[in-house]
Design a protein around this ligand. Structure first.
Ligand code: ZN
Ligand code: ZN
Ligand code: ZN
Ligand code: ZN
Length: 142
């Protein structure tokens, strides 16, 4: 199985200092922003995860870890016929279009989002849980 990455391979670290860009040798390429990084400006860990040191990319990485934990809890709560939102005892209704867990009417909202899909940008209305609404802000950062 080959993994096809959507970006072109880069030649060197893309970190921009205050005056000069970093010229150290490339050790990886960020899976979120596709910038190359050296051993100082990014990290590789887990199974082929490569994330640069830019705050928005680090936020995405941390968010993903938190999200998977949140989602696992929400799915267990749904199995007990509770809304996915921790602490809410209401009956679960529709599912969130992002995490696919089910929530009560209070904890689901319609959000206007601008999403880049297959190269085209468009406005889309998504049905999202509170948790996923917060995540959209993080993921909207370049
Ligand atoms: Zn990055
Ligand atoms: Zn660097
Ligand atoms: Zn959600
Ligand atoms: Zn709820």
């Amino acid at each position: 199985m080959y993994e096809i990455r959507e970006y072109n391979k880069v030649a060197g670290c893309d970190h921009r200092g205050r005056v000069l860009g970093c010229r150290r040798a490339l050790v990886g390429q960020c899976q979120y922003c596709a910038r190359g990084f050296c051993d100082r400006h990014g990290e590789r860990f887990g199974e082929r995860e490569e994330v640069c040191k830019r705050p928005s990319c680090q936020a995405k990485r941390l968010d993903l870890v938190a999200h998977l934990a949140f989602r696992a809890t929400a799915v267990i709560r749904n199995g007990e016929s509770c809304c996915g939102q921790p602490g809410c005892e209401a009956e679960p209704g529709q599912d969130c279009e992002r995490c696919r867990a089910h929530y009560c009417v209070v904890h689901l909202q319609e959000e206007m989002t601008t999403l880049a899909t297959y190269g085209a940008r468009g406005i889309e209305v998504l049905r999202l849980c509170d948790h996923c609404v917060e995540r959209m802000e993080i993921w909207a950062q370049k």
